[in-house]
Design a protein around this ligand. Structure first.
Ligand SMILES: *Cc1c(COP(=O)(O)O)cnc(C)c1O
Length: 394
């Protein structure tokens, strides 16, 4: 089947919730992809920060097939070993003592919001509000789109759940005013991903941590996009020298098998008792086997140091590109999440790069967002950046 066949037949029956480019991928290897017409692409998108270990990584594929040969699924009324191993790994490599497993980012944030409310309910009952940032993105369920600080995701879905407030991002004075004795949690992305790759000033997360600690408010970090090695450390908040009370993960956690996780310190996690929350597929055996293997690879000695080294090469190349391209206003980001800020809509540039065999993305209208697989090689980086520079010169 050709790209065109797959596009035409898909568009006939799938709900039109996405603006898709007319390309169907059939195979991948590392940072390379092939479409149904046999054309090869260099990937600077990683399926939106999901395939951080590259496409179809052998070790994860082996873990998935080994588990699939034994058991696909075990109900949460019983136990299974891959779930145990993933929970142990997540807690060993983070601040957390306890994990709730689910199937997506929105579900992980939904769990965090419910956990914060229930924690408030069990500790005096006054705190229920969730404060989040303007420009943030937290998911598409009714609660998480309400937490999302972007009007466009809410159009037509009113009435929305109550108990949500917003603050400008990277503004500690505004946070100081917004966090009150009815606030249960502050929900923040360490870097705004969908919002345009906005990196806060170095003191912002530490300041937010202090305000939350002083006032008995939970700090919930949404690391769904920037966690799992994306910024060069396993979790982005490590670079701010702080720990949250709750953290959500999804996207790259299982290298492309659907999964979500809400992690918390023991005293906070205690607010979830038997029967208070759940998910049929949460902690699925195949998904947790894939996630456990992914974490073992990312935390192996030298893996993240090598990511940081190649990410520095990537950034240096981007800075040179920016210096030579008058249409580029600036470059911003950390590690392997970088944004090329333009003075014009980025969509035509994305389309022209796709035509030339380079996959990237545009967010917040004018920001080219680059999210390569963490395994991309230096020659692949150089080749992709040369093509972007050529496109920007035409
Ligand atoms: C993608 C994303 C989500 C939502 O994840 P889904 O798996 O699409 O529900 C939430 N928060 C952030 C920061 C994201 O990037």
């Amino acid at each position: 089947m050709s790209n065109q066949d797959i596009v035409t037949r898909s568009d006939r029956h799938l709900m039109a919730t996405y603006a898709r480019a007319p390309v169907a991928f059939v195979r991948g290897d590392g940072a390379r992809l092939w479409d149904a017409d046999g054309k090869e692409y260099l990937d600077l998108f990683a399926c939106l920060a999901v395939t951080n270990l590259g496409h179809a990584p052998r070790a994860v594929a082996d873990a998935v097939s080994a588990q699939a040969g034994r058991l696909f699924h075990v109900s949460n009324l019983h136990y299974c070993e891959p779930q145990m191993r993933l929970a142990e790994l997540l807690c060993a490599h983070s601040f957390a003592d306890r994990v709730f497993l689910c199937n997506s980012g929105a579900e992980a944030n939904e769990a965090a919001i419910k956990l914060a409310r229930r924690f408030g309910h069990m500790n005096g009952g006054k705190r229920f509000e969730v404060v989040s940032a303007l420009g943030s993105f937290h998911g598409r369920t009714l609660a998480t789109l309400t937490a999302t600080g972007q009007e466009k995701v809410r159009v037509g879905f009113q009435p929305l759940p109550g108990g949500f407030r917003y603050v400008p991002y990277d503004d500690l004075a505004a946070l100081d005013r917004a966090l009150t004795d009815t606030t249960a949690a502050l929900l923040l992305e360490p870097i705004l991903g969908e919002g345009g790759v906005i990196v806060p000033r170095p003191e912002y997360l530490a300041g937010a941590r202090k305000l939350c600690s002083d006032r008995g408010i939970l700090l919930v970090l949404d690391e769904i996009q920037v966690g799992m090695g994306r910024t060069g450390t396993l979790f982005a908040h490590e670079q701010a020298g702080i720990v949250p009370d709750v953290m959500t993960l999804a996207k790259a956690l299982a290298s492309g098998i659907p999964i979500g996780a809400c992690l918390a310190r023991a005293d906070v996690a205690a607010a979830f008792t038997a029967g208070s929350h759940g998910s049929t597929f949460g902690g699925n055996a195949i998904a947790t086997a894939a996630a456990a293997r992914t974490l073992e690879i990312m935390t192996a000695p030298g893996f993240l140091a090598d990511v940081r080294r190649r990410a520095a090469h990537f950034r240096a190349g981007l800075d040179r590109l920016a210096a030579r391209s008058p249409r580029v206003k600036s470059v911003r980001g950390v590690g392997f999440i970088q944004g090329i800020v333009l003075d014009e809509p980025g969509a035509p540039i994305v389309a022209a790069c796709l035509e030339r065999g380079v996959l990237l993305n545009c967010t917040a209208d004018t920001v080219l967002r680059l999210l390569p697989p963490l395994v991309i090689t230096e020659p692949e980086i150089d080749r992709a950046l040369a093509i972007i520079e050529e496109v920007l010169a035409t």
